[in-house]
Design a protein around this ligand. Structure first.
Ligand code: URA
Length: 433
């Protein structure tokens, strides 16, 4: 086989065979196929798409590109939750401790930021000392002892995704349905969980901008997960507005802690409870209503927060900071963004907010960029709020003062203000079983 022929076939709208997909991925992981040819194929897939069979083949090839984990030494039902990526999306930091505190095991492999979206691993690294890489035996021991551990994808797990993820991030090929499905499900299936709940984001801050595309993404992921023998469910949730008020790594950890204390923003709390209830229900812990109540109780009685603190301590981080988050350092510089006109915020371009945060140092522009944990945005007004000229709408945080002008311009450009109040939209738009 020749990589040239595979690229050409997809460029011209052809259907790739399972053998061609496997050959490409194996060659890419071995370093026999260069980045530029892999990037060309990703772009061809971006424009031409893949059918369900091709996508399933690509997913299983990603899964099989490295080590398949064996979690049989972990006692009890193992669950996972994965988001397709959003702005201010810190749900894993809230949901995982809630469900772990209620007796299901969370052995979680998470990712870094991708494009304009944040990643759980970058957020956890804002906690001093927290190790996002652990030897597998230690990882399993922590899951058995504490109920939960979250690490980054190691080099052996789905290495094809690790390579493709970084390549797509810098070649404008992230928002492709088959590439997202194979990336997420390839690594989820390489881990050894029983139940997987997906949070498929839709809207201006998501990779899939329309509800129709997001539903298709959810259906394909659920279908492919079931083919691999997993219990699957997907929620389609709104990402037209950032989730909560905090965007940026340590700001989001602090907001997650507030949510686990029962003092979080209403939108974030609602989505986290729904995700936790769905995970518990899929794990047969009770009816949906019972599971929802259990999740609320785990917040109210403090067990979920304690579980988060215990995980942080077990993974080498400052668990005490989780109970007393005022210890997180703030960025050297801050700047208040004010409304330039009066009216209701009728909507925002959440991707623009993600980029504004990235410009402050909270994300990467190139594979090599180092993240500034304290950088980011704290919103003071969101969709539906009324603002006057000069009302603060956000505080920007950065270690570099010269980032503020560009970030402010991006944020204002992404904020729509009009005289009439917008209609309130539901946060959870559907469930795919
Ligand atoms: N999250 C992933 O892990 N992969 C994608 O492609 C998009 C979001």
């Amino acid at each position: 086989m020749r990589m040239y022929d595979i690229i050409q076939k997809k460029r011209d709208g052809g259907v790739l065979s399972e053998a061609e997909i496997k050959w490409f991925l194996e060659g890419y992981v071995k370093g026999e196929i260069p980045d530029y040819q892999a990037a060309a194929l990703c772009m061809a897939i971006y424009f031409r798409g893949m059918n369900l069979e091709e996508t399933a083949a690509l997913t299983f090839a990603v899964r099989d590109s490295g080590e398949r984990l064996d979690f049989s030494e972990i006692h009890g039902l193992r669950v996972d939750k994965h988001s397709t990526g959003g702005v201010g999306d810190k749900t894993s930091l809230v949901v995982a401790p809630i469900v772990a505190s209620l007796g299901v095991k969370v052995a979680k492999m998470s990712g870094r930021g991708l494009g304009h979206t944040g990643g759980t691993i970058d957020k956890l690294e804002a906690i001093p000392g927290f190790k996002t890489s652990l030897p597998i035996d230690e990882f399993k021991e922590i899951v058995n002892r504490v109920g939960i551990a979250i690490v980054g994808q190691n080099a052996e797990l789905a290495p094809a995704d690790k390579l493709l993820y970084a390549l797509r991030d810098v070649t404008a090929t992230v928002d492709s349905l088959p590439l997202i499905v194979s990336s997420i499900m390839g690594k989820k299936l390489a881990a050894d969980d029983d139940c997987i709940v997906l949070d498929v984001k839709t809207g201006s801050g998501a990779f899939m901008k329309t509800e129709e595309k997001s539903r298709e993404l959810a259906q394909w992921m659920v279908e492919i997960g079931k083919r691999a023998g997993k219990r699957m469910r997907a929620l389609i949730t709104d990402m037209d507005t950032p989730l909560g008020y905090a965007i940026g790594n340590s700001l989001e950890v602090i907001e997650s802690i507030q949510t686990l204390k029962g003092q979080g923003p209403q939108d974030l709390t609602e989505i986290c409870i729904a995700l936790a209830a769905n995970i518990l229900n899929l794990a047969e812990k009770g009816t949906y209503a019972e599971c929802e109540q259990m999740a609320k109780d785990a917040i109210a009685n403090g067990t979920a927060l304690q579980c988060f603190a215990d995980m942080v301590t077990a993974q080498g981080g400052k668990g005490d900071w989780i109970l007393h988050p005022e210890q997180f350092p703030t960025a050297k510089y801050s700047y208040t963004v004010r409304a330039k006109e009066s009216g209701y915020i009728t909507g925002v371009d959440a991707e623009g907010y993600g980029v504004a945060s990235l410009l402050l140092g909270a994300g990467r522009n190139t594979k090599e960029d180092v993240i500034d944990p304290a950088a980011g945005i704290y919103l003071m007004a969101k969709t539906g709020d009324y603002v006057e000229v000069g009302t603060p709408i956000a505080t920007l945080y950065s270690e570099r003062e010269n980032t503020f002008a560009q970030s402010e311009a991006r944020l204002l450009q992404a904020t729509r203000i009009a005289k009439t109040a917008p209609e309130k939209k539901p946060l959870i738009l559907g469930v795919v079983e």
